[in-house]
Design a protein around this ligand. Structure first.
Ligand code: PLP
Length: 400
């Protein structure tokens, strides 16, 4: 075991920024009033919500603060948007999504399919890019909603939201577009108006606010039926006494993310590229799973051929390095990720695929430490692989 901590799993969650914590503290301590109360004591908490709403409005470039609803997480934002649109207009029974969505969309679509909705799941190419022709063909006069993520959580691959919105609206101007923007918040600029987006969800813990707070943008022309019914909070779109400290926190995190966007697009990208090119150049059985696809600046997904990702992660963990594999342990068997399967990543690399995701807190020393230590880990794991003949052939091919 080591005291070192090199956290390269920022697509899973991020460290809370000290400045975010500072912003939140008064609302845990002295400013604990219910923001809906009538007395003066509640004014600071209701003002904190108003300010945070304004910051999220600016962050996503919404037209009006009223278009922002605070939720508990990215999953709630997606569920509120998707169920909200479908429950408001129950006549249309066709919905579309992609094969590589986060489970909060994909599993919801599967449950809607069981309830009688006709669903089209749009595929991606081997770089993880959405098949836009397939999308265009799928939209029809009965399509109520399309849900497409802006960036994929496992690969970081970006979807061209402006084109996607154009394709959908040209075929059916009434079809609503929900965008899961959880993995772009703080990584690239978000502009709901320029991209023709009707609904958009983000999650605080992916951009240095705490877990347990999210936001949903709902365009003023888009009607939804609320998921949580009760009091009048969030203009009747999401009942429940507001989580004032966390709302203040996500507002501050959005402001900081906006201030740091340039750094993210230059420095974080430079460190990601350094890590990626060193791994690909130094390790013969490494392959970049996304090829030339356009990606968020912090993510790289690399497959190590003929070896097991879990074993790599255990060795990394011994050195204090946190990364993640696409695999999820389901029913006792190690199922490769649905995202990499949809991309047809070869079976030789799919089990040994590792996602590395950086943040603005990642340092050059940390990246150098990984670059220095990874080759010997891969060598160790490769030496016990049952595919020695194939590895030898691959090595010979790469050294040509
Ligand atoms: N969407 C994407 C693309 C994600 O990566 C995640 C979390 O990993 C979510 C949605 C769900 O967010 P939350 O954990 O806040 O529910």
């Amino acid at each position: 075991m080591t005291e070192k901590l090199i956290y390269l799993d920022n697509n899973a969650t991020t460290k809370v920024d000290e400045k975010v914590l500072e912003e939140m503290m008064p609302y845990f301590k002295e400013e604990y009033a219910n923001p809906s109360s009538m007395y003066d004591f509640s004014k600071k908490s209701s003002k904190a919500i108003k300010e945070a709403r304004g910051k999220i409005k600016d962050f996503v470039n919404a037209n009006d603060e009223k278009e922002i609803i605070f939720t508990s997480c990215g999953s709630e934002s997606a569920n509120t948007a998707i169920r909200g649109v479908l429950n408001y207009n129950k006549n249309k029974k066709h919905i579309i999504t992609s094969k590589v969505e986060h489970p909060c969309v994909l599993n919801l679509y599967k449950s809607l399919e069981k309830q009688g909705y006709k669903v089209d799941y749009i595929g991606v190419n081997s770089n993880g890019e959405l098949n836009l022709e397939e999308l265009e063909q799928a939209v029809n006069e009965n399509t109520a909603l399309v849900s497409i993520m802006w960036a994929n959580n496992e690969t970081g691959v970006l979807n061209p939201m402006d084109k996607i919105s154009d394709i959908i609206k040209t075929k059916n101007k009434d079809t609503k577009l929900f965008v899961d923007a959880v993995q772009v918040a703080g990584k690239i600029p978000i502009d709901v108006q320029a991209n023709g987006i009707d609904l958009l969800g983000i999650s605080g813990h992916k951009f240095h606010a705490p877990k347990g707070i999210g936001a949903l943008y709902v365009n003023s022309k888009t009607m939804i039926t609320p998921l949580i019914i009760g009091g009048h909070q969030e203009r009747g779109k999401r009942a429940g006494t507001e989580n004032v400290p966390y709302i203040a926190g996500i507002g501050k995190a959005a402001e900081l993310a906006q201030d740091n966007l340039k750094y993210e697009l230059t420095e974080v990208k430079r460190l990601r590229d350094k890590l990626e090119s060193n791994i690909i150049n130094k390790i013969y059985n490494a392959r970049l799973n996304t090829g030339v696809a356009n990606r968020v600046p912090n993510t790289t997904n690399i497959g190590f051929e003929y070896i097991e990702g879990e074993l790599i992660l255990l060795h990394l963990s011994d050195l204090g390095i946190c990364a993640s594999s696409g695999s999820a342990c389901t029913s006792g068997s190690l199922e490769p990720s649905h995202v990499l399967r949809a991309m047809n990543v070869p079976f030789t690399a799919i089990h040994g695929s590792i996602r590395w995701s950086l943040s603005r807190f990642t340092t050059e020393e940390e990246i150098d430490y990984v670059i220095e230590n990874l080759p010997s880990i891969i060598e160790k794991v490769t030496s016990i692989s049952p595919y020695q003949k194939e590895l030898k052939a691959l090595k010979a091919l790469k050294s040509k």
